[in-house]
Structure formats: C-alpha cells, structure tokens
Design a protein around this ligand. Structure first.
Ligand code: NAD
Length: 418
C-alpha cells in the first residue's frame, strides 16, 4: 500500500519506518525542511530509530522523506502524527487542521485517514472529518475511511517497543475499523479494537491522566514524608510488595515530555467547556507536579542553609536535563524551570546530559558541561534529575560535596533524597 505519515517526529518516524519495513511504500511528510533533509541523508534525530534503519529503507526505495505535498498524491492510507500543544491552557489543534487540509487535497475514493495525535474526544469526527470532506468534496464513510489510533510510544523504553505495545484502533464505521485494524495488525503484535474514535481518544487521555495523577500523589507524599521524617521511597517499595490493587509510582523533580504536562489538560479543557465543571483531579495533579521544581529548589536552599552557605554565588551542577532517564527528550523538562529558579537566586548553574544535544529548551545561561569528576568536585551541590545509565555513579558519589538525588539512585553521607 501507498502510505503517508504526516509528521516525522517521535511518533511519526518510528511508524513510518515500521510501515516501510512491513512492505509498504511510505512517504514521510513533514513541514520542517531541516528534519526532512536529515532523513533524506539517512540521519536520525529520534533515539529509538537507528540511522541504519532509515538508510536501509531509503536504499530499498520503500521510504522517502519530503516537504512537498504533491508527493502525497494517490495514498491508500495517511496517518497524522503532528503536534497537539497547549497554548495558554487551550488545546492548539491547528497542526491537525493544517494536516487535514493538506491530505484532503490528495484524498481519493477508497483511501483511509487515521489520526494518531493525542487530543480530546470528538476531534476526529468533529474537527478532522469536516475538513477532509470540505477540501476533497468526498463523504466520510461513503467515499473514504476514517479512524483514530492513539500512539503509546515511550521513548527510550526497550522493553516495550512500538511492535510489542498493543495498539488501540477505531473507525467511524465498521468498514473504517476493518481497514484501520488491518493496517496496524501488520505493524504490531496486538491491536485492541474499540467501538468509536471518541472511545479511542478518551482511552489515551485516561492512560496519561492516570499516570499524571498517581505521580502527583507520590510527589505530594514525598513532601509530607520528608516533614514526617519517613523515607517515602522505602515506604513505596513496601507498599509495592502487595501483589494486587497497587501500582508503583515514584516521586521526581516534576513531569515533562509531550504527554503528562499537556494531555490531561486537553481532557480538563474539554470537560470544562462541555459540562461546565472543572476536572478537579487534573487541576490538582497539575498544581502539585508543576510545583515540584520549586520544592527541589527549596530543598537545595535548606541544604545550603544547613551548611551556612547560600545558593547565591554557589555553583550547582544539574545531572540529567531530559525529563526522564535514557531519553534525549527535554521538552517541558523540569530541569529548565529548576535552572531558571536557581539562576534567579544568583547561582552559577551547570548542566550535564549525554543525551540532550541541543540547547533549544534550556536557559542560555545554563553552562553545558560533561559530568567529569572535576566538574562534580567543583560544584557546591549536585542535583540528580534524570538518572541516565551513562552517568558514572561511583564518581558522582566519590566527588560530590552535597548531592540531592531526585531519583533515589544513590546513598551515602553526602546524599539526600527528594
Ligand atoms: N513523544 C511521545 O512520546 C508521544 C507519545 C504518545 C503520543 N504522542 C502524541 O503524538 C503527537 C506527535 O508527537 P511527537 O512527539 O511525534 O511530536 P514531534 O514534535 O516530535 O513531531 C511532530 C512533527 O510534525 C511536524 N509537523 C507539524 N505540522 C505539520 C503538518 N501540517 N504536516 C506535516 N508535518 C507537520 C513537525 O515538523 C514535527 O516534525 C502529539 O499529539 C503527541 O501528543 C507523543
């Protein structure tokens, strides 16, 4: 089949590669000329997709990357994997709208359009379908198929790659569902059909809201447990020995990435707009998780105070700028806010991260360094924010004067955990 994947990012690129490897003729369409140039040169900017994989499908002719919408003509299936950010707390669906307009111009009878971008229930049928219909002059269901299949990709997670992670699939009618399910059945081991796009859209938001709320729960516990002089990490481990009715979540310096800080707010925005009442769990979780960077800085200030020092004028080394271990994704990372707060207090802030190569998301005053023994020893405080596998934890322990460990990775006389 001729497959178009609109959006070649963290979600779209692995999908395009998998579809090409499964025998489809794939066009990876993106509006970002730099990304397309890199892909066309056989380079990868997504850690889970090795460059060799891209070069292999380029060489076999199964994949092309383009910014030219004319190359979308004649597609059998198009999958939309474009961003869905929040702008001032309001879902920005302009990327989906733009994609639908572009694809609508190349839509022909018998083709299928699937939305994968995370969004609130109703987007596929109420927003995307009308655009596809008006641009193409065709009628959804009668002339072309439509579905929604949420992405569950977890960057850096080697246990659950794209192919092994079950994929929820839906269609606007039985024929659409059959085509969408058939397409993904070739790409992943398990598909989970549901009865409507709305159900699939909500399923994704339930997953992320569940995670967001439970992380907020343990984050709040961590703050209280510290005040109660209880080791929250050990208490969580003990609770996790219960074989049923409990799922282990651990505290951290805040949430980041493109999912947790954003997706639950799509749901609360839709609920508030439709029902008129706030989604209180989401608001509370946002409040707690968004304020974890403040708590990290407060803990540092207390530690400095105990040692009759000030944050002002001190050198602080942040280890791990990505929002979680073993990924280069620094979008919405709490490290950015923590750096800003410390810089605002007059600290000299340095950051080490072997994965995060660009500086786009970090404050320009944050000095990027390697986590060498010298850098660690020269810092008045070291803060472990993302416990990447590459860090030399023995060297960190041996050389740090004071270490605030936000991941419970280390123990020693110079270590405090969050
Ligand atoms: N990153 C994740 O871990 C993850 C996981 C599950 C779901 N999602 C969801 O998947 C969607 C995509 O996320 P992502 O992380 O891949 O984003 P991304 O920013 O990495 O990639 C999106 C790509 O779409 C391109 N784009 C923007 N407008 C376009 C258009 N009109 N036509 C074609 N391309 C266009 C951008 O240039 C970019 O390369 C979002 O809705 C996100 O919430 C992401």
């Amino acid at each position: 089949m001729r497959v178009v994947v609109a959006g070649q990012g963290y979600v779209g690129l692995p999908l395009a590669v998998r579809a090409a490897e499964a025998g489809h003729q794939v066009v990876g369409y993106d509006v970002d000329p730099h990304r397309v140039k890199r892909l066309a040169a056989g380079e990868s900017y997504v850690e889970d997709v090795p460059a060799a994989q891209i070069r292999a499908i380029l060489d076999s002719g199964a994949y092309t990357a383009t910014t030219d919408a004319a190359e979308l003509a004649g597609f059998d299936i198009a999958v939309i994997t474009v961003p869905t950010p929040l702008r001032d707390g309001i879902p920005d669906l302009s990327y989906i709208e733009a994609s639908a307009r572009t694809l609508g111009g190349h839509l022909r009878a018998g083709a299928t359009v699937v939305l994968e971008s995370t969004t609130y229930p109703g987007t596929t049928e109420e927003l995307m379908v009308p655009i596809l219909e008006s641009v193409s002059g065709l009628v959804a269901g009668r002339d072309f198929h439509v579905g929604f299949s949420p992405e569950r990709i977890d960057p850096g997670n080697r246990d659950w790659p794209f192919t092994r992670t079950p994929k929820v699939v839906s269609g606007i009618d039985a024929a659409s569902l059959a085509v969408v399910k058939g397409f993904y059945d070739e790409l992943v081991e398990t598909t989970v059909p549901v009865s409507s796009p709305k159900e699939a859209e909500l399923a994704k938001l339930i997953e992320n809201t569940f995670r967001h709320v439970n992380i907020a729960l343990v984050n709040e516990m961590a703050m209280f447990a510290k005040a109660l002089s209880v080791d929250v990490w050990k208490a969580i481990d003990a609770a996790a020995s219960k074989p049923f009715g409990f799922m282990r979540f651990t505290p951290g310096p805040g949430v980041g990435g493109h999912c947790l800080p954003i997706d639950p707010s799509f749901l609360s925005w839709k609920v508030e707009r439709t029902v008129g009442t706030p989604f209180r769990f989401v608001e509370l979780a946002n409040d707690i998780n968004n304020h974890m960077p403040d708590y990290v800085v407060r803990r540092l200030m207390e530690a400095f105070n105990t040692r009759s020092k000030t944050v002002n004028g001190s050198r602080i080394l942040l280890l791990g700028l990505a929002y979680k271990p073993n990924t280069s994704d620094a979008r919405e990372s709490p490290s950015t806010r923590i750096a800003e707060l410390l810089l605002g207090l007059g600290a000299e802030v340095r950051g080490a991260d072997p994965h995060v190569v660009d500086d786009i998301h970090a404050d320009a005053r944050l000095v990027r360094v390697q986590a060498t023994a010298e850098e660690i020893a020269a810092a008045d405080a070291v803060v472990l924010l993302a416990d990447h596998a590459e860090f030399d934890y023995d060297a960190i322990l041996a050389n740090a004067d004071y270490l605030l460990d936000c991941r419970n990775r280390l123990s020693g006389a110079n270590v405090e955990t969050l």
